[in-house]
Design a protein around this ligand. Sequence first.
Ligand SMILES: NC(=O)c1ccc[n+]([C@@H]2O[C@H](COP(=O)([O-])OP(=O)(O)OC[C@H]3O[C@@H](n4cnc5c(N)ncnc54)[C@H](OP(=O)(O)O)[C@@H]3O)[C@@H](O)[C@H]2O)c1
Ligand SMILES: [Zn+2]
Ligand SMILES: [Zn+2]
Length: 352
Amino acid sequence: MSTAKAYAATNATSSLALTTIPRREPIPYDVQLDILFCGICHSDLHQVRNEWSGVMPTVYPCVPGHEIVGRVTNVGSAVTKFKTGDLAAVGCMVDSDRTCSECQAGLEQFCGNATLTYNFPDRHLGGVTYGGYSESIVVDERFVLRVPSNLDLAGAAPLLCAGITTYSPMRHWGVTRGKKVGVVGLGGLGHMAVKFARALGTHVVVFTTSPNKIKDALRLGADEVVISRHADEMKKHVGSFDFILDAVSADHDITAYIELLRRDGNITLVGAPEKPLSVPAFSLIFGRRSLSGSPIGGIAETQEMLDFCGTHNITADVEVIPIQKVNEAYDRLLKSDVKYRFSIDMASLTSK
Ligand SMILES: NC(=O)c1ccc[n+]([C@@H]2O[C@H](COP(=O)([O-])OP(=O)(O)OC[C@H]3O[C@@H](n4cnc5c(N)ncnc54)[C@H](OP(=O)(O)O)[C@@H]3O)[C@@H](O)[C@H]2O)c1
Ligand SMILES: [Zn+2]
Ligand SMILES: [Zn+2]
C-alpha cells in the first residue's frame, strides 16, 4: 500500500482540506496514474454535503472527484492497454462485476455491483473509494480510458462526467440532424450538451436563468437562447421540441419544459436536485410525452464519446484553479458562477 495527498471533507458542513489517503499497489490488471487535472462536478458538492443522504449517504472522510485525466506511472503485469508514460483518464466508475447482463451489454453504469470512483465500498482496501482530488489513483485497466492526443488536458477532464452524462442520453434518444433540442441549465453539463447537440447537427435552444450567459450560449453553439423566467419567451416554444435535456442542479418547475415537448417528445433528467420534482400527470398524458432519467454512461460509450470529442475537437470551457481554491469554487458553483467547469490543476496539491 502507498499513500497519496488528497483533499477531503470530514463532515457535511466542513470545508475540504488537505489529508493523506491510502492507495493500493497495482495488482495484475491495474493502472496507476499521477493525476494531472480533475474537474469539479456539481455531484461532488451534493455528495460532500450529504444532499443525497436518502440514496447514497456520504461516508466521511470524503474525497470527491470523478473527472480525472492523468499520466500512467506504473502498470500491473497483465495490463495490455496502457504503458508507463501514456495519458489516461478515469470517470465515475472504477469497477463492476463484469458478469451480469448489464456488464455484458457494455452498460456498466446499470450494474448492481458497480463501484463508483468515490464514496463506494472499496473491494481492495476496505472502507470507501477515494476520488480524483488527489495526487494519484489505481484503477483496473478495463475502467481506464484513452484521451485523444489533440485535446487540451484541463478541458478534457470534464468529459469524463459532464461529457458522457450528456452524450449518452442524446445517443439513446436519437438526437440527430434536424431535431429540435433543448438544454436546460447552462452549467458544466449543460454547456457540454450544447456542444454535442451542435456537433450532431440539431437546432439547439438553451434555457437559462442567467441573462449574463446569453452571449456564451450562442458562442457555444446554441441557435436560440431563452430566459426561462420570461413566460412569454417560453410560450413561443410550446409543443415544439423532440428532446430536452434537463441539467439543473436545484429545485425548478419541470412542467414548464414538459409542455414544450411535441407529441412523443422526451425530456431526460440528468440533473439530480436534492428534493423531488412535481409532475402533473396530464402534462405527460396529452402528447404521449415521456420523462426519463439517465446516469453517466458505460465504458465503451465513454471511449466513443472521447473519440467523438477528438474528431470534433470538443473540450469543456474550463477555469483552471489550484486545489487550494476548491472551497471558493464550491461557493461559486452554488451561485451558477462558473464558465463553465472548474478544472483543478493537480500540480498545486504537491507544489504547495
Ligand atoms: N445523471 C448523472 O449521471 C449526473 C452526472 C453528473 C452530474 N449530475 C447532476 O447534474 C446537475 C448539474 O451538474 P453540473 O455539474 O452541470 O452543475 P452546475 O455546473 O452547477 O450547473 C447547474 C446549472 O443549473 C442551473 N441552475 C442552478 N440553480 C438553479 C435554479 N434554482 N433554478 C433553475 N436553474 C438553476 C444553472 O444554469 P443557468 O445559470 O443557465 O440557469 C446552473 O449553471 C447536478 O445536480 C449534478 O449532480 C448528474
Ligand atoms: Zn459528475
Ligand atoms: Zn455487472
